[in-house]
Design a binder for this molecule. Sequence first.
Ligand code: C5P
Length: 310
Amino acid sequence: MTQSVHRSAGVTVRAAAKINLHLGVGAPRADGFHPLATVFQAVGLCDDVTVSADEPWEIQVSTPSWMPDGAVPTDASNLVARAADLLSRHHDVPLGGRVAIDKAIPVAGGLAGGSANGAAALVALDRAFDLATSDDDLLALAAELGSDVPFALVGGTALGRGRGELLDHVADGGTWWWVMVPSAEGLSTPDVYRHHDRLRPDAPVEPEVPHALLEALAAGEPLALARHLHNDLEAAAVDLRPELGELIARGESEGALRGMVSGSGPTVVFLAESADHARDLAGALMRGGHDVVLVANGAVAGAHVVTSYA
Ligand code: C5P
C-alpha cells in the first residue's frame, strides 16, 4: 500500500477576485518591480479550480458566455501550470491530474483572476496529493508565482507592501458592496506600470501607508471609505483608455459613492452604500448600455476547499 489514506481523487478550491482600495505606487526598483503600499480586499466574485488527481495532466477552462473565447491560455504559461511545476519541484514529486478552471473573474481585468487561479491550484494540488505543504511554504511559492498570489491565498482585507506580496492583516469593520464593470478587452499590467512611470517620474521610493483609509475601513463607514479610495495607476489606465474616465463619471452620476479603476484596470469598480443600492446602480448601468455588470461584496475568504471527494 503506497497510497496515503488522505489522498483525494478530486478537490475543488474557490478563490476570489481582489480590489485595491488603495494602490500607492513608487519608483521602479532595480528588479523592475514597483514598491507598493496597497490595501487589498477579496470580493465575492470567484473562480473554482478542480483537480482530478487520477486523470492525465490537462488544463481545461470554462468561461461564462460574456467572456471572450480563448482568453485564458491552457498551455505552460497558465499560472495553474506554473503552480503545479513549483509545487512539484518543491516536494520533488511528479504531479499530474486534470485541472478544470471555472471562471467568473474577468481575464486581464485588474482583479487578479490569474493570481486567484494560481493560489487555488496550489491549495487544490496540495490537498489532492496530500503534500501537507506548510502555510509559510505555500505563501513563499505563491510569491514566486506572482505579486498578487499571496493575497489570493489569504483573502479578507490586507495591507500589501514590497511588490504586493508582503501582507499584514488590517481591521475591517464593514460589509462593502461593489458594482464592477469589466471591459471587453483587457489591459496589460506591465504596459500600465510603464505608462505610470512616464506620467509620474517623481514617484516616491517608498509609497505611504494610507492611514485615513485604514481608519474608514475599521470604522465600517462607506462615505468615509469612498472619500479615501485611491489608485495611483488610474491616471495611466484612463490615459490609455479614455472611456474608463467616462464610465467612472457615469457611475458616479448614477449615485455610486465613488468609482475607480481596479488595480491596473480596465475593470471599473463602484462602491455602493448597501446591497439594495448596488442592485439599483447595476440596473442603471445596464440600462445605460453596459452589457456586463457584476455585483459582489467584500471582504470574503482567501483560497479554500469547497469540495473534496475520495
Ligand atoms: O508579479 P506579477 O506577475 O503579478 O506582475 C506582473 C507584472 O506587473 C510584472 O511583470 C511587472 O511588470 C508589473 N508589476 C510591477 N510592480 C509590482 C507588481 C507588478 O511593476 N509591484
